[in-house]
Design a protein around this ligand. Structure first.
Ligand code: NAD
Length: 482
């Protein structure tokens, strides 16, 4: 991996496309220092990348799944070998702290190996006909356009490309211009392994490069992770070309604490990381914590102590437990939501200010913040995408379930209980794509990941994802024409 590279070009047909006129400054999120220049690509580059992917599809779709799997394992090994450098680059780019970034790359590598493995066992189906047979044959779509966000760039890249590639599709990726340098490095590595044109990447803004990708008529499937408004644009752009989309959108996930928990300190710890992972900039974050009234006061006291003891600071410091927002714009948005919370009458229990970190005067750090809220308040309903937790006291089970489900989102949910009956009942009652019992963010390969309601369409990370990236062709055969 060559980290001294200062210019990141689109990678089209296996090579850097160098005819770029416009550039975007890529800055370290925490210090504001210039990291690199990123191509500000548009329709010309997108169209070339789609053409290259379309050409590569002819061969790639006929390449055996064993060979596709072999190349994916090679990519996993290469990322693993370079994981430390990639973690540092992504920590600088996103402002997320280094220990969390290292875990991201372990997870990303696991996901490639998961899809490289299960793809081998992904079978078509067959049945008998009168005098013959029929089969449901799964075939790849063709060129998939994939758009990813800035909060978790490399993991998002792998979520997208691993299932698409093992099933025989070729890809054009549009990463987010706020943070994507490790993604650009991974795609460079991938192009030393995969045939040219199979994995193309065209960086740039959503307005220019993103919309050029979604409107390109040669795209046969779209996959998007990001906000609900842009998700609707992507879905509609696809439908106007009769192309389906996988949409992974936002969340305002409930996390419920029952009074029967056995180890309150461990639950406080887990509920804290549930909301503060990615510095709070995670679609999955457990942002609404419902605490039973019998343990409320004691739990809140411990939670405030935990929040106030966290070490906020330099993303590259090994001791850091919370770092800053991706940009000043995002930090302002979070501070606006904090101000709105106060105006709405939410009770501020801790935090609520920007944090000043020595040596990082250009950083965008915010104190971890807790508000006691009513579920109807805007800060309890809208995604804040920052280190802000809303807590609610509950006593009546049915009312708690009704409040937990009373949101337009339905991505994730969690709960803590030592009572199996509570756990099974609440898991059924929650309207969310995933339910974590006694450990939030407990994801592993094969776990269905995706949202109910406005949180999205489709499932990533699991066996069903292979179906998302293939379409069924029915073929029947009889012995002779009669
Ligand atoms: P965003 O929707 O603004 O941007 C996401 C991506 O879409 C970026 O690559 C951006 O360049 C692109 N884009 C923007 N406008 C576009 C357009 N008109 N056409 C095509 N592409 C366009 O989201 P964001 O603010 O960068 O990311 C945060 C959001 O993403 C949050 O709402 C969060 O919940 C969501 N998110 C969801 C998941 C998930 O898996 N469900 C994961 C991470 C983030």
């Amino acid at each position: 991996m060559n980290q001294s590279t200062q210019y990141y070009y689109p990678i089209i047909d296996g090579v850097e496309y160098r005819q770029i006129k416009d550039w975007i400054d890529m800055r370290e999120a925490a210090s504001g220092e210039l990291l690199a220049y990123l191509a500000d690509s548009g329709k010309v580059e997108i169209d070339l990348a789609v053409d290259s992917a379309e050409k590569a599809f002819e061969t790639w779709s006929k390449t055996s799944v064993e060979e596709r799997s072999r190349l994916m394992f090679k990519l996993a090994d290469m990322i693993e070998k370079n994981a430390e450098e990639l973690s540092i680059l992504e920590a600088k780019d996103t402002g997320r702290y280094i220990t969390e970034m290292r875990n991201d790359f372990i997870f990303a590598v696991e996901q490639i190996r998961y899809f490289a493995s299960v793809g081998l066992a992904f079978e078509d189906f067959g049945n008998t006909l009168n005098g013959g047979y029929m089969i449901g044959k799964r075939v790849p779509y063709g060129v998939v356009g994939q758009i990813i966000p800035w909060n978790d760039p490399s993991v998002m890249l792998i979520y997208k490309i691993a299932p698409a590639l093992i099933t025989g599709n070729t890809v054009v990726i549009k990463p987010d211009h706020n943070a994507c340098l490790a993604v650009m490095e991974i795609v460079k590595m991938a192009n030393t392994i995969f045939p040219k044109g199979v994995i193309n990447i065209v960086p740039g803004t959503g307005e220019k490069a993103g919309s050029a990708l979604t409107s390109n008529k040669k795209i046969t499937k779209l996959a998007f992770t990001g906000s609900v408004p842009v998700g609707k644009l992507v879905g509609n752009a696809g439908i106007s070309n009769i192309v389906s989309s996988i949409l992974e959108l936002g969340g305002k996930s409930p996390n419920i604490v029952f009074p029967d928990i056995e180890n309150m300190d461990a639950v406080v710890e887990d509920a804290t990381s549930a909301v503060l992972n990615c510095n709070g900039q995670s679609c999955l974050a457990g942002t609404r914590l419902f605490i039973h009234e019998d343990i409320y006061d004691q739990f809140i006291e411990k939670l405030i102590n935990k929040f106030e003891s966290l070490k906020i600071g330099d993303p590259l410091n090994e001791d850091t437990e919370l770092s800053g927002m991706i940009s000043n714009k995002q930090a302002n948005r979070v501070m606006d939501m904090i101000a709105l919370g106060k105006k709405e009458g939410a009770k501020l229990l801790t935090g609520g200010n920007r944090a000043t970190i020595q040596g990082f005067s250009n950083g965008n750090f915010i104190e971890p913040t807790i508000f006691e809220v009513k579920n109807s308040m805007t800060i309890a309903q809208e995604e804040i995408f920052g280190p802000v937790l809303c807590v609610l006291k509950w006593s009546d089970y049915n009312q708690m379930v009704s409040d937990a489900n009373d949101t337009k989102y339905g991505l994730a949910s969690g709960m803590y209980t030592s009572n199996l009956e509570n756990a099974m009942k609440l898991a059924d009652d929650l309207q969310a794509g995933c339910v974590w019992i006694n450990k939030y963010f407990n994801i592993a390969g094969g776990f269905p990941f995706g949202g109910f309601k406005e949180s999205g369409i489709g499932r990533e990370l699991c066996l069903d994802t292979l179906k998302e990236y293939t379409q069924l062709k029915g073929v029947s055969i009889v012995g002779k024409t009669i």
